[in-house]
Ligand binder design. Structure first.
Ligand code: 5CA
Length: 446
């Protein structure tokens, strides 16, 4: 992409309505525009990051054996009356009446709809286990939408639903989700810690929230600092192996880590030595639930068992806050000049800054870098505006591409361009070919 042909409406002024850094930076970098309270348009740069996050979520869910599909945003109220949640969900649910007077709603989550699909098509234990998921917009009429995409009213969620014959099988599905979530967040450059939480409107008492530690987080959290040493890394886990997935759950949840809803001061003191006790704030980027037969019993989602009986299936649901993740990543990775995207989610892989637009050698070198990067399957963003170097650097720093190639007549006389890391600020002079190879190598490892 060439910047002169792109739509990147960066703001010069810091928007006064934004209280936290991620919201400010998303507005300033031209990623989102508020359409109404808690509802945003995703401008091209923001949309690109959203798609990268979705892609990671898809890849990791499919790796775990879960099946993608798509359910609508608008749902019939009748299904929610069957489960009893039409009234229970309260004012957070946006209720709509269609022209025939039928009660509809904009889905805040999909347990009912997926259970209806399941009961219509599955009737035997032989079709289990089954986990279906989708990535779809949700609506919750939050009392106080705030912090931009962090607490929106319309937001993008990945929600997955497992159907199993027994509680043991459903707990294995729970563990698979935990493993796949650890992998997903790490690919996005985040450490998200599973913490014991409250199940709220979903039901059940087996649930973990995934928290990214950040001062601006809305949840208060209590944990053993030893938990932050754990990383998942590039382990190969066999998702079909019950003991392997169980071992990961134990490894990542054995130390004390709870949100304020389930925090127990005396257990905290008993289990954690004083010097490792931490009270902090976190952003909830996902939650997994096992709730047994709550929906399957209410809605008649049963299967025939091997001995010919009929039982309601054991279920759980598992969510990732896809749009919220943009805010969480920026909270975790920025400096006073702007965003610093982790390589896994960056909107463009590399920026190209032409220090002297209109100089024949500089223009030609930038064009050839652009072509070479593109030929390697990478997406560069070429700042081909006739702007001062300082303005170009400021834009690149604000939008946070992890790598920048700077091309100018002086360097080209020596046969080099400059490759700069956004994170460390370190620069290196390399031949254009070596710079392209370096970038390709970096992304080959992501
Ligand atoms: N049905 C279950 C799991 S699929 C469910 O709805 N879980 S949830 O309520 O915990 O939501 C899943 C994730 O969506 C949360 O962890 C959070 O990251 C994100 N989320 C929830 N509410 C909002 C909101 N108002 N704005 C942005 N993201 C949100």
């Amino acid at each position: 992409m060439r910047l002169t042909r792109y739509f990147l409406p960066v703001l010069k002024e810091t928007p006064s309505e934004a209280q936290i850094v991620s919201h400010r930076l998303m507005l300033r970098a031209g990623m989102i525009k508020q359409a109404s309270a808690g509802i945003y348009s995703w401008l091209p740069l923001g949309y690109k990051v959203l798609k990268r996050i979705e892609q990671i979520v898809h890849e990791e869910q499919i790796r775990a054996g879960h099946i993608p599909m798509l359910m609508p945003t608008l749902q019939s109220a009748d299904l929610w009356r069957e489960s009893g949640r039409y009234d229970a969900f309260g004012a957070e649910m946006l209720r709509i009446t269609d022209r025939h007077g039928r009660d509809m709603l904009y889905g805040p989550t999909n347990e009912e709809l997926i259970t209806d699909i399941f009961r219509s098509h599955v009737g035997s234990y032989k079709d289990l286990p089954l986990t279906l998921y989708h990535i779809q917009w949700k609506f919750r009429d939050e009392v106080r939408p705030r912090f931009g995409v962090m607490r929106g009213r319309e937001f993008l969620m990945k929600d997955g639903y497992n159907f199993d014959l027994t509680k043991e099988d459903a707990l294995h599905a729970y563990n698979r989700h935990l493993v796949s979530y650890l992998r997903s967040y790490e690919r996005m450059g985040l450490q998200a810690i599973p913490m014991r939480a409250d199940s709220g409107a979903m039901g059940g008492d087996n649930t973990h929230e995934f928290l990214v530690l950040a001062e601006t987080g809305e949840s208060e959290v209590f944990y053993d600092s030893a938990i932050t040493d754990r990383t998942f890394g590039d382990r190969a886990v066999d998702y079909d192996s019950v003991p392997e997935c169980q071992a990961v759950l134990e490894e990542f949840t054995s130390r004390y880590a709870r949100t304020d809803e389930t925090h127990d001061e005396s257990a905290f003191h008993q289990q954690v030595p004083e010097e490792r006790r931490r009270v902090a704030r976190g952003i909830e980027v996902g939650q997994i639930f096992y709730f047994g037969t709550k929906y399957s019993e209410a809605m008649g989602a049963t299967v025939v068992t091997p001995d010919g009986g009929r039982v309601p299936v054991h279920m759980g649901s598992h969510g990732i806050g896809v749009s919220r993740l943009l805010g969480a990543i920026i909270e975790a990775s920025h400096d006073d000049r702007g965003i610093i995207w982790p390589e896994g989610v960056t909107p463009f892989h590399c920026g190209i800054v032409n220090l002297k637009q209109g100089d024949a050698a500089a223009d030609a070198a930038c064009e050839s870098l652009y072509k070479a990067l593109t030929a390697k399957g990478l997406e560069p963003l070429y700042d081909d505006r006739s702007e001062r170097a300082g303005a170009k650097f400021a834009t690149m720093d604000l939008i946070g591409l992890p790598w920048r190639m700077t091309v100018g007549p002086r360097g080209l006389q020596k046969g080099v361009v400059e490759l700069t890391s956004r994170r460390t600020g370190d620069s290196e002079e390399l031949t254009p070919e070596a710079a392209v190879d370096r970038i390709a190598q970096i992304y080959a490892q992501i």
